[in-house]
Design a protein around this ligand. Structure first.
Ligand code: SF4
Length: 182
């Protein structure tokens, strides 16, 4: 049986494919030991969603588990407004729409579509400045690119080639563990 990919690890994979191994290693420990401030803030946002603190609106589904058998994905969504058929992912502060954010909401989107939901809009919401960023519903090209990402993820191992970016290594929370940083 093939392993399911956690949607939350797609962003790490985009940042650096090696980091997904350390993500799994650290998953066993208390995140307070290694999460940096921005990540801790993001985690609190998601904890509020998990505990359904964000909204009591009956039109909003919060923190539901989603999965895709087609792409072998599993994870949770932030919010789904089922009146406006809008998938919403909240971030603490969005300064730029990174590709990793887009893959994350696309992964959620594909899971939900496979589960039978209808989605007309995808939005990323920046909490601190209350801004919304609309993300294009994936078309042919985006589907192809997404499928390539999933294949790359499934085929990657620690001996695979990758493009090291030292600027990313400087900021990487796993750099103490990584041979490539020493
Ligand atoms: S230290 Fe650099 S090479 Fe190692 S996981 Fe982090 S970003 Fe990747």
């Amino acid at each position: 049986m093939q392993n399911y990919i956690k949607i939350s690890t797609l962003n790490d994979f985009i940042f650096c494919p090696r980091s997904i191994y350390f993500h799994e290693l650290y998953a066993k420990y208390n995140t307070k030991n290694y999460h940096q401030k921005a990540q801790t803030l993001g985690k609190h946002n998601h904890e509020n969603i998990d505990k359904a603190k964000y909204s009591t609106s009956k039109n909003i589904l919060q923190g539901i588990s989603v999965f895709s058998n087609k792409y072998l994905l599993t994870g949770k969504i932030d919010l789904f407004d089922f009146v406006n058929k809008t998938l919403i992912e909240r971030k603490s502060k969005v300064v730029k729409i990174y590709q990793g954010y887009i893959w994350q909401v696309y992964a959620q989107y594909f899971c939900m579509i496979e589960m039978g939901y209808e989605i007309n809009k995808i939005k990323i919401h920046s909490l601190q400045d209350n801004k919304n960023y609309e993300i294009k519903i994936p078309g042919e090209q985006e589907i192809q690119d997404f499928e390539k990402l999933i294949k790359d993820f499934q085929n990657f191992n620690l001996n695979s080639k990758f493009n090291q970016n030292f600027k990313k290594c400087e900021k990487c929370i796993y750099n103490e563990l990584c041979d490539y940083y020493k």
